[in-house]
Design a binder for this molecule. Structure first.
Ligand code: DLL
Length: 426
């Protein structure tokens, strides 16, 4: 029995077996959405495709897709494919535009979520009885409850702190010997700051599971070193059923293993919508194969990534690996003709010794021309000029760099807001 796998028979299944399972499940989910939901049926009819047309996995490309806007317009339950009486839980993403997306779960959906999360915990090296501190918030955000459901399934000792009260988080971690620390990426940094500020003793953590925000290599390094842990990058979203549903990296840290028995993934060029070759960056499109209440069909996630490998990993898992998410399609900034993502600014900033992982990217309109300013916290030896020079080398253009003392920039609870635009556009 492999200790590091929750379901070794599924996690190491041959690619042929996996494809056969995916096809069976794809046929079933297509039949389900078509039979049970008028909105889906209408989309299928418009695209001129019926469930009987799905004979092979390549027929996926014949299916119509949905995106965040479709789900928002369908709020609260326009894509429901089950009886409302069978719903046992809901979560919701607030989104930037204000109209929420609701995700509803049947009992089977909750089991599926817990199973995906339990695989992630076990893959990170968690053993039954390990104390796990769950710091994402408990509520409509899926982070806290998803980690909770999975920890129940994996037999961990749950310390459900939820977000905030950083000093207490550290005390509890010390008092109850937290081995596994779970958080939204930027909260890892908050813990390190608090440790430095209060001169507190570092709790004896081993494993960190972080997600919900881009996790650049340099951020991962800072957090791992600052907390003395091995960090894992966990991925999921409200629309696919929450944290961990899409997967996580393994101890080989060679990409995010996608739970392909539950999700079919495609990468497309966000503009032409054509499939992108393995290795090419594009938008991730997801079909949920085993969810009951609100399965998504060819859902355009808006997240940018690429397929790193479909080969069996050194860890023994056969499920394909994606590159860490670099950003969202609509996060791309174009300034003075140069395209870049906030995560590239983060990566470059954290290469500068003395720069702290708290920053803001401000896009402003200077006499009709779009300009960028980067505010960053750093120790006193770092100057604005040093920041500007390094960003110029790494990004190819020179935003203005303003350096703030440690603690000088605001912090948010939950996901960090990094980009601010001070004129009319989104
Ligand atoms: O953020 C789920 C989650 C909670 C994942 C806790 C990990 C930890 P949403 O609020 O619906 O759900 O936001 C989903 O967050 O489309 C990505 O843009 C981003 N995201 C999630 N995980 C990662 C990650 C949760 N590991 C959106 N790396 C997604 C980069 C991530 N971005």
């Amino acid at each position: 029995m492999r200790e590091d796998m929750f379901q070794p028979e599924i996690e190491t299944m041959s690619r042929d077996q996996l494809a056969a399972l995916q096809l069976d499940r794809l046929k079933a989910v297509v039949k389900r959405v078509y039979g049970k939901n008028p909105a889906y049926r209408e989309l299928f009819q418009k695209a001129g495709v019926a469930p009987s047309d799905i004979r092979g996995l390549s027929d996926l490309s014949r299916l119509p897709g949905i995106d965040k806007e479709s789900l928002r317009l369908a709020y609260p339950a326009g894509f429901l494919c089950d009886d409302i009486g069978n719903i046992r839980e809901m979560h919701m993403s607030s989104g930037s535009t204000g109209t929420p997306i609701a995700m509803l779960y049947t009992q089977d959906d909750l089991e599926q979520w817990a199973e995906c999360m339990a695989r992630c915990y076990r893959m990170a090296g968690c053993r039954p009885g390990d104390p796990v501190q769950i710091t994402p918030s408990f509520g409509l955000f899926n982070g806290g409850f998803g980690m909770y459901h999975g920890a129940r399934k994996a037999g961990l000792f749950i310390i459900p702190t939820g977000s905030g009260n950083t000093a207490r988080q550290i005390k509890l971690a010390r008092d109850f010997h937290t081995r596994v620390f779970t958080a939204v990426v930027s909260y890892g940094i908050r813990i390190i700051e608090e440790l430095n500020r209060g001169g507190c003793e570092l709790p004896d953590l081993d494993i960190g599971i972080f997600g919900a925000e881009t996790f650049s290599q340099s951020m991962k390094k800072r957090i791992s070193e600052g907390l003395g842990i091995e960090s894992f990058d966990i991925y999921g979203m409200t629309e696919t059923g929450g944290v961990g549903t899409l997967g996580q990296d393994c101890p080989d840290h060679s990409g995010i293993h996608v739970w392909e028995d539950h999700y079919l993934v495609e990468i497309i060029d966000p503009v032409s919508r054509r499939p992108a070759a393995d290795g090419a960056t594009g938008e991730l499109v997801v079909t949920s194969l085993s969810r009951q209440a609100v399965p998504v069909i060819r859902f355009r996630t808006g997240d940018l990534t690429r397929v790193l490998s479909r080969q069996t990993c050194a860890c023994g898992r056969t499920h394909l690996r994606l590159a860490p998410i670099t950003g969202r399609v609509d996060d791309m900034l174009i300034v003075k003709g140069i395209n870049f993502f906030p995560s590239q600014v983060e990566q470059a900033l954290l290469e500068i010794p003395g720069v702290l992982p708290n920053y803001q990217i401000i896009i402003e309109d200077v006499q009709g021309i779009k300009d960028v300013r980067v505010n960053v916290e750093a120790s006193p030896e770092v100057t604005g000029f040093m920041v500007e020079k390094h960003l110029k080398e790494r990004l190819g253009f020179s935003p203005k760099g303003d350096v703030f003392p440690p603690g000088g920039l605001p912090r948010q609870e939950g996901k960090a807001v990094r980009v601010f635009r001070n004129f009319g556009e989104k």
